[in-house]
Design a protein around this ligand. Structure first.
Ligand code: NDP
Ligand code: 8X3
Length: 252
């Protein structure tokens, strides 16, 4: 029987690239996101190309009640999830703390921290009876360091780092692996979302360097997932060659 990977935030960037690499390797997929048409388009493409089956879950990871309802309604066979990729996440704004938009703070905390927790609680309970499973949390260099005006986004990714370590301890007795993947700059829709559609400002983030692409991260995740059962990669920090730290970047 094919393995199953559940990926949140599968309509763009790292999540979409993960969907491709898992599909390519014969996994059936449960894909979660909010944009209906994009989710359907990506799912249909992957099913046609790789002959796998996809369950599309239209959901916002912040909406706890709805999340519990839609996940509960998934047929039992689809709950035999082997890999969970907690990827859905975002940054909103880049302002000093005294000027921060508190709605943006709520969005980041609710999505990056609370959404990840809600999904993890549901799916880890599906994994526990199988005494196997692998949870991949997408953290960030922003979870290892802080940078000017990164305040709340950095705090959410520090929380993801702490949660990855905690989950690894709590789920040890259930033989469930937990890996934190911490990327540096990856050119996706991330900066467009951070700057609320300002494509020019987003483009400037990557000016004069070769950033990572989403496939670089998916490739690392596939490496992590395809290790033998007795091997777990606890975490990985993956940077563009041109980026030494969160702020030290070699631009041409
Ligand atoms: P993208 O903006 O390209 O993708 C984000 C994905 O998350 C989209 O598919 C979006 O889908 C989904 N998403 C956002 N909010 C929600 C929500 N409330 N409920 C469900 N899905 C949601 O960004 P990336 O691929 O770059 O980001 C993926 C992860 O990687 C994030 O956690 C980010 O913090 C992290 N990261 C990114 C880095 C980068 O430089 N790009 C570096 C380090 C970490 P939809 O809008 O359809 O819901
Ligand atoms: C996203 C990348 O540079 O904002 O986590 O930390 S960065």
């Amino acid at each position: 029987m094919s393995k199953i990977a559940l990926i949140t935030g599968a309509t763009s960037g790292i999540g979409e690239a993960c969907a491709h690499i898992f599909a390519q390797n014969g996994y059936n997929l449960v894909l979660v996101a909010r944009r209906t048409e994009l989710l359907a388009k990506i799912s249909n493409h992957l099913e046609d190309k790789y002959g796998i089956t996809i369950k599309q879950i239209l959901a916002d990871v912040r909406e706890k009640e709805n999340l519990n309802k839609v996940f509960d309604a998934i047929p039992a066979d689809w709950k035999k999830v082997d890999v969970l990729v907690n990827n859905a996440g975002l940054s909103q704004g880049l302002d000093p703390i005294e000027k921060g938009n508190t709605d943006d703070w709520d969005t980041m905390i609710d999505t990056n921290v609370k959404g990840l927790l809600y999904v993890t609680k549901i799916v880890s309970n599906w994994m526990i009876p199988n005494k196997s499973g692998h949870i991949i949390n997408i953290g960030s260099i922003a979870g290892q360091e802080v940078y000017p005006n990164g305040n709340v986004y950095c705090a959410t990714k520090h929380a993801v780092d702490a949660l990855s370590k905690s989950m690894r301890i709590d789920l040890l007795k259930h033989d469930i692996k937990v890996t934190a993947i911490n990327p540096g700059m990856v050119e996706t829709e991330f900066s467009i979302v951070r700057f609320k559609g300002d494509a020019e400002r987003a483009k400037n983030v990557y000016a004069g360097l070769e950033p990572l692409i989403a496939d670089d991260i998916a490739d690392a995740i596939w490496y992590v997932v395809s290790r033998p059962k007795h091997v777990n990669i606890n975490d990985m920090l993956i940077m563009p060659t041109a980026q030494a730290t969160a702020t030290l970047i070699n631009r041409n």
